[in-house]
Design a binder for this molecule. Structure first.
Ligand SMILES: Nc1nc2c(ncn2[C@@H]2O[C@H](COP(=O)(O)OP(=O)(O)OP(=O)(O)O)[C@@H](O)[C@H]2O)c(=O)[nH]1
Length: 293
């Protein structure tokens, strides 16, 4: 049987970072991993981060949950038919309800093949402390992802002081007392923590009503390089309802566009050694009016 782990957590919380960490450790343990990921928006930015040689399927511009469930089943089936592997890591979009995302895994097609081990939710602890500032629908999604986890990573601890760290862990644990909770920076955990999981059946779990999410995605393409400072000034003008930006930004004077990530007010730049398409995807509520500087 193939062990299956589902990575959940709001946009930009650290799921891909966890995925990359786990891929390294799974391989070090002599096991072969495969990945199924699901991205909101038409650009596959996260899958660029999974190194060659790891079997990968992705579902773009959809959601593993609800409408995407059949497509996900088909993708997982193809993965099983084409590849041999020991562990399947599934990264859901930050906009997915973790329990809905389980539908595809629990398909009767896979009953003999997949051994579902648990939901691992990566929570941005800073966002947790500021959760009252979220719109009600987004907040309930954020809380549901934590409530249904078997293991919670209280992530981004490096951005909090000691008291805030304690408050965040205490708060998340009160919301979900059955899950183990670990404090992390950059989603660093030993793979052993995943191996210790054995999820109870999720079939009967009660889901809170989330309401309709008004999350949209928008792709912005660069016609020419931008000045980094000017671009960062522009970021500061964005509304709080821009939850996530990722892509490649061409900067004045640099040969290749830089890989760029933005989550909850924090920007991250990484040099890129290949020419990637100069474009970013913006994810949030009410983002129609967001245009490049
Ligand atoms: N300061 C800090 N930054 C982090 C930490 N973990 C992740 N990040 C950064 O947060 C950003 C988002 O991380 P990802 O791992 O891509 O998040 P994600 O949950 O996969 O994002 P989506 O797939 O868009 O939902 C990246 O710039 C990471 O480098 C952390 O513990 N501390």
């Amino acid at each position: 049987m193939i062990d299956v782990y589902l990575f959940s957590g709001f946009l930009g919380s650290g799921k891909t970072t966890l995925l990359k960490n786990m891929l390294i450790q799974i391989k070090e343990a002599g096991l072969k991993p495969a990945v199924f990921m699901n991205e909101l928006g038409e650009l596959a930015i996260d899958s660029d981060e999974v190194e060659d040689g790891v079997p990968l399927k992705e579902l773009l511009d959809g959601c593993i949950c609800c409408t995407g469930s059949e497509k996900s089943e088909a993708q997982i089936q193809t993965l099983l038919a084409e590849e041999t592997f020991d562990v399947l890591l599934i990264e859901t979009t930050g906009a997915a309800h973790p329990v809905e995302a389980l539908d595809a895994i629990f398909s009767p097609l896979f009953a003999e093949k997949l051994n579902f081990r648990g939901i691992v939710t990566v929570a941005d602890s800073k966002r947790w402390l500021d959760r009252d500032r979220m719109s009600p629908q987004i907040r309930s999604l954020f809380l549901e992802q934590i409530r249904h986890a078997d293991l919670i990573l209280a992530n981004k601890m490096d951005l909090l002081d000691e008291k805030e760290q304690g408050d965040a862990v205490f708060g998340m644990q009160s919301l979900n007392s059955k899950a183990q909770i670990v404090q992390t920076a950059n989603s660093k955990i030993p793979y052993k923590l995943l191996q210790n999981l054995s999820a109870g059946t999720k079939g009967t779990v009660e889901k809170a009503e989330i309401g309709k999410l008004n999350l949209n995605t928008k792709v912005l393409r660069f016609e020419q390089p931008v000045n980094r400072e000017r671009f960062e000034d522009w970021l500061r003008t964005l509304p709080e309802t821009v939850y996530r930006i990722k892509g490649y930004v061409p900067l004045d004077g640099d040969k290749y566009p830089h890989a760029f990530q933005y989550a909850y007010g924090m920007a991250q730049w990484l040099p890129e050694y290949m020419k990637m398409q100069p474009q970013i995807v913006v994810i949030g509520e009410g983002i129609d009016g967001v245009e490049l500087p």
